[in-house]
Design a protein around this ligand. Structure first.
Ligand code: ZN
Length: 171
């Protein structure tokens, strides 16, 4: 990476998603890369689900911050392949979600296995993964509503501490 591309990453990584506990686009895995081509700083992003509409705002913030840092001209490229998955949220991002009382999405390795082509032993696999309470850590939780404050979150209630909380859904 060129110096400008490296600086662009650092600046771009400061853009936050106001709807998601101020996770940065780096925390969320939206920021895919920065590069410099023919004097133009190229920032590549992969948007999350369309249900989280903060992307337009983050894009504007991205252009403003990069411009303020003297990194213009800037081009923002959107790539949809491979598609974004909640697995791309970093450990720091998951910690921020939990600190904000939002239970982070489980990594695919922690989720119930998808039907494989090979024979699967006849064990009962829970159809829905257990969502842990971000306050007390109890797994004794129930989904109250599939849609929380934003389309990417569900509303849960913990039976142990009786507090409601939000869970960012896996994708
Ligand atoms: Zn609890």
């Amino acid at each position: 990476m060129t110096d400008r591309a490296t600086l662009a990453w650092r600046v771009a990584a400061g853009v936050v998603d106001p709807e998601l506990a101020d996770l940065t686009i780096a925390d969320l895995g939206i920021l895919r890369g920065t590069d410099e081509r023919d004097g133009t700083v190229v920032v590549t992003v992969t948007p999350t689900f369309s249900g989280c509409p903060a992307m337009t705002e983050m894009r504007r913030d991205l252009l403003r911050r990069l411009g303020d840092a003297g990194l213009g001209p800037v081009e923002i490229r959107t790539t949809l392949s491979p598609p974004w998955t909640s697995d791309w949220i970093t450990a720091e991002g998951r910690a921020k979600l939990a600190a904000a009382g939002i239970s982070p999405p489980a990594r695919s390795s922690e989720r119930a296995p998808t039907p494989a082509s090979e024979p699967v032993p006849v064990t009962l696999v829970a159809t829905s993964r257990r969502v842990a309470c971000p306050r007390c850590g109890s797994g004794d939780t129930a989904e109250l509503s599939h849609f929380g404050a934003t389309a990417c979150r569900s509303l849960y209630r913990c039976r142990a501490c009786r507090e409601p909380f939000e869970h960012m859904r896996e994708i």
